[in-house]
Design a protein. Sequence first.
Length: 633
Amino acid sequence: MEVTNDTEERTSAVAQMVRIIAIAMAVFQIYTAQFGLFSALVQRSIHLAFACTLVFLIFPLSKRYGAVYPWRLRVIDWGLAVVAIVTLAHLALTYKSLAMRGGEASTADLWMGGILLLLVLECTRRLMGWALPIITLIAIVYTFLGDKIPGMWGHFPIDHEQFISYQYLTTEGLFGIPLGVSASFIFVFIMFGAFLVSSGTGEFFIRFSNALAGDFRGGPAKVAVVSSGFFGTISGSAVANVVSTGSFTIPLMKKIGYRPVFAGAVESVSSTGGQFMPPVMGAGAFIMADMLGVGYLEVVKAAILPGILYFLALFWMIHMEALKLGLRGLSKKELPPIRATVKAGGHLMIPAFLLIGFLILGYSPMKAGLWAIVSVWLVSAIRKATRMDFRAVLEAMEKGATGCLEVALACACAGIVIGCVTQTGLGLKFSGLIISAAGGNLILSLVFVMIASLILGMGLTTSAAYILTVILGGPVLIELGVNPLAAHMFVFYYACLSTVTPPVALASFAGAAIAGSKPFATGFESMRLAAVAYLVPFFFVFSPELIWKGSLGAIGLAAFSATIGTIALGSGLMGYLADRCNWVFRLLLLAAGLALIQPGVWTDIFGVAVLGGITLYQRWSSRRAGAPRIAAT
């Protein structure tokens, strides 16, 4: 008993230490958001120091230890945390002298830099598994041994001094753009999401969605789409979204008659869509804006139409499935009244609108995020049930800090890879290699980049997969004439979709676990429901109107035809329009959908003619047969 009490006391002490460090990290980020960032190396090194320290204190050396973690290993973790702090504090404290000596590395710099790179890889392994560290190690090995490779894949010799200096003492490697975005924008928005959750906004999203759509035909599935879409925009993690909202929506979908595999797929696809639905879009929008050198609102504007098409297609396919199965919604007695729901929690939506307002008024994303956080605390005080006391504020700050760890370490590793790519010159050569392999064909190049993004996304976070793919594949597409924003959006979409794409579809597998369905079957059902998202990136590459590039008339026409196209595509995939469709009608509807999503006069005429013709024929056949037609709700 004494040993147990001693262990509990030690565990409690570690938890208190983690809490203090996490809150200190949040205070540092809030301070810099309000009063301005330090110099790039200082800001990013302090941010990474907090992140590495928290990882070493929270995540054990190996998962096999479970709840019982040997104290001797805990001491080693503390030692590693101290070493990480020393290596990063050295950089933050000596950056001025570094500038005075023209960036020349001292012996201490080389030792500190080499140790830090190893510690970052170990933190990433503990946090995210082996996939990203292995990719990073391959890049490092290529940097040192690539000079021995003949032909275009080779490069000039690089020794350890050049490599560590480039990675540790410049903003081109470890402390590059990805970590810079994490240290400035991303943390603030992750904390904004943590404050929203602590104020009860996530629960309000579910209640409001239920009150709004629960009694519609197949209502719980539509509730899943609305609530997961709302929640996904602030969480930025498809898997976390599935676990949070799916525990409520999936059982309800099964209750009214949806197949378990379909219920799990609906939730996973809805949660994934939140990552590219404005305004927040997880971390991707901020990284993309920084890498492109454009305003955050420019990225958000480009994401609006594709995001709407994604959720419209999903909503329509759910409705078609409900009609095909003859499903109903929940009764009014089982649902919360919408007026009472809005009255009790509607005020919690105000911070999201304020965030958008701040951005439109020209506030920087960091400043807008900060004041949106403050607004959550103030607005929550309107009602006693949602009021955040001091303890709740501290808990939200702690959740924000611990919630940013994956992104921070993923961005650090991505920075190392980017440094390897730029220092060796591989980035410049890669475009030529891919274009040569594709024979200069844009569609084939797009397919190559799509596959690379999906494969990387299976083992990495969305942000890391997007960064690593775009630094290699982005220049390929731009060189072939693709709009830079369209090229980045193309890569980002497939990085997001990797979470529902087998063989490693983490969001689909999470949905399957809750639904009690087979993981792979749920993954393939998710791919069917997300079919529009797999196609739309190709269309906005060839027709930038869909990402808000062009005249208002052209954008409006493209949006209208694409909307009709998603309806045709959804009906073709689900096998139902005004009635059940045979395989001929399904193929025609798929062709009509593809034609309509691709802007163009003749493609639109063909698509509308096919869609209208099949609708009229099915209605005429239904009346002629005297069969009662199910009314759509």
